[in-house]
Design a protein around this ligand. Structure first.
Ligand SMILES: Nc1ncnc2c1ncn2[C@@H]1O[C@H](COP(=O)(O)OP(=O)(O)O)[C@@H](O)[C@H]1O
Ligand SMILES: [Mg+2]
Length: 591
């Protein structure tokens, strides 16, 4: 009934190690489960004396005792059932909560490259749906297997004890009665799988259309989307309807088959009683036991479903947990308290997959120097700066900060000294205050409003913040949707300013600003840059003219290096880029 291969067994063993802290609760729960099955068997057994003494022999003494015995047995049975159910659920919930947290922690520590190769939806589904399936498997299957198996054993014992001949026949015939149930279960499983897939498609349509609602409306595609949704909706209902048909069919059919069995047993058993080969008590006790067997056997037969689903999820979850972190500290890596900010790229090569994006990049930046990195879109500027905080590790060569290979510095201590404004501004669905405070290095002592406002002022964000009715308490919406692109960028800059780090990375940090605000923010950035090693990545050459040095990146290599004037005189790639910008007239007023 339950097929497990050796890998599954290994997986389960691993999962069970999580159970270790709860072993006493588990033992207690098992004792209670034994109690449940014992008392259930006892109930079936008690039918015999109740029948024979009270109804057949009309024994008054028994009439006074039996009702209390029955009450007592039911009470104890209920008590054991309550305790075992609750304890097992509680153990299941705790284990699963631990696994969920473990998974999230693991994923959180994974390097950026890991997230590049995973759809966000898949990861979320691992942490929510898969864990949920495991929880079902644990709470239903573990509870079920142990308790129902005990119960089946107890009841079979009673049934055989009362009439072994009849019991042998019943045990042989029973599987035939259950055969249609297995067939139905198989069909239902296939249908469940199909309807889950249909539901997943439905969810994708929902997700996509709500996110892209502006595009849907701008292109007047509402009706098209409604139609698309209707199709998926119909598909789901088609499977659900079939499922409902079979589901509704299975119980009456089973009961009818059961009735055939009971009728036959009644005929045969009645004959035995009339012939006085058996007492009415033992016959009804037998029948009672057999009927009581129905429920645990049925739920045992359903367990497989939960277990199979749970195993699939468990495999996926452990698969993820076993994923090695590729960006790891070297053994003996140390924490650094201060960084002066000297940065050397030594023969750096980097590839995302097969083709190198950076090949043989060499340069040396003095502490406090402001360097601009320019190049065509796709030339690898973002890639280059992402290597500094080790979002990715170099595939060849080394990056050396203050004389130390970055891989020998503890990752969190390295990142503590680097402030970054990324190419796509990112804000959390939280208040402006908390979004700026995200840059604060000391999580135990949150920054005061003065520090936050100061950072906002330096990023030229204070004006628009004070114009908002809720000021610093304004919730910015998911990914900052309630703010303009330029406002989002200014908050990201404020967040980086608050961090007060010795290395500053600005990856097209001002690309969403208009020329006027850009000019202002640039002034702010100049204040910020003083005394810090700064990397500015920009398309707009106006942003970078004040840099001490400009590196020109092309085809994964630094092709030119020097000041603005030097590079213009040189007449290479930089001067061509400059000409392009200049003749487009886009930024002339800020140059
Ligand atoms: N996460 C990624 N996975 C694979 N390839 C990437 C990834 N990010 C960027 N690339 C590729 O690397 C090259 C450089 O990209 P990028 O550094 O973003 O350029 P830039 O910032 O100069 O516009 C591009 O060809 C791009 O397609
Ligand atoms: Mg870029």
């Amino acid at each position: 009934m339950i097929a497990l291969n050796p890998e599954d067994t290994a997986l389960i063993r691993r999962f069970l190690t999580l159970l270790a802290p709860y072993r006493f609760k588990f033992v207690l729960a098992s004792i209670c489960m034994l109690g449940v099955s014992g008392f259930t068997a006892l109930m079936a057994y008690l039918i015999k004396p109740a029948m024979d003494y009270i109804f057949v022999h009309k024994d008054v003494h028994m009439l006074a005792v039996m009702p209390f015995v029955v009450l007592g047995v039911f009470f104890l049975n209920g008590l054991c059932r309550w305790a075992s159910d609750y304890l097992l659920q509680e153990i299941g919930l705790s284990i699963v909560a631990e696994l969920r947290q473990k998974l999230y922690n693991h994923v959180m520590d994974m390097p950026v490259s890991f997230f590049d190769n995973q759809a966000g939806g898949t990861l979320i589904s691992r942490i929510t749906n898969d864990i949920q399936e495991i929880q079902f498997a644990v709470s239903k299957a573990v509870t079920g297997i142990v308790r129902d198996a005990f119960m089946v054993v107890g009841l079979i014992f009673v049934v055989f004890y009362q009439d072994w001949k009849l019991a042998s026949i019943a045990v042989l015939v029973l599987p035939i009665a259950f055969f249609p149930l297995f067939i139905f279960a198989r069909i239902l499983r296939t249908l469940a799988h199909r309807s889950q897939q249909a539901m997943a498609k439905l969810t994708i349509v929902l997700h996509e259309t709500f996110r892209g609602i502006r595009i849907v409306k701008a292109f007047c595609r509402e009706n098209y989307e409604k139609e698309r949704f209707a199709q998926k909706n119909d598909e789901y209902v088609k499977y659900a309807r079939k499922s409902a048909w079979i589901d509704a069919m299975s119980s009456p059919l089973m009961e009818f088959i059961g009735a055939i069995g009971i009728a036959s047993i009644m005929a045969y058993g009645g004959y035995q009683v009339i012939r006085e080969n058996a007492t009415p008590g033992s016959f009804f006790s037998f029948l009672g036991g057999l009927l009581m067997l129905y429920r645990p056997v049925k739920s045992l037969s359903r367990l497989n479903n939960f277990i199979q689903k749970g195993m699939v999820s468990l495999t996926r979850v452990y698969d993820l947990l076993d994923r090695q972190n590729t960006v790891k500290d070297l053994p003996g890596a140390r924490a650094v308290d201060r960084i002066a900010g000297e940065v050397i790229f030594k023969d750096v090569e980097f590839r995302y997959s097969t083709e190198p994006v950076l090949k043989g990049v060499n340069f040396q930046i003095r502490p406090g120097e402001v360097v601009a990195i320019v190049g065509h879109s796709g030339s690898g500027k973002t890639t280059l700066v992402n290597l500094i905080p080790r979002f990715y590790d170099v595939t060849k060569g080394a990056i050396i900060i203050d004389g130390m290979d970055v891989r020998t510095i503890k990752l969190d201590s390295l990142r503590r000294h680097i402030a970054m404004v990324t190419q796509h501004p990112f804000l959390f669905n939280d208040t402006i205050r908390n979004n700026i405070a995200y840059g604060w290095n000391d999580p135990h002592n949150p920054p005061d409003d003065e520090a936050i406002l100061q950072a906002a002022r330096l990023a030229y964000a204070d004006d628009f913040i004070s114009n908002l009715p809720d000021g610093l308490d304004t919730i910015v919406g998911e990914q900052g949707i309630r703010l303009s692109g330029g406002q989002q960028q200014r908050l990201c800059i404020a967040r980086a300013i608050l961090k007060n780090a010795s290395i500053l990375i600005l990856d097209e940090a001002t690309s969403s600003l208009d020329s006027q605000s850009e000019l202002e923010v640039q002034k702010a950035l100049e204040n910020l840059m003083s005394g810090r090693t700064t990397f500015i990545v920009a398309h707009r050459l106006s942003t970078i003219q004040r840099a001490n040095r400009i590196l020109v990146l092309s085809n994964g290599k630094i092709v030119e290096e020097g000041s603005h004037e030097e590079l213009l005189t040189f007449g290479g790639t930089y001067s061509r880029l400059y000409e392009l910008q200049f003749s487009s007239g886009k930024v002339c007023e800020t140059i």
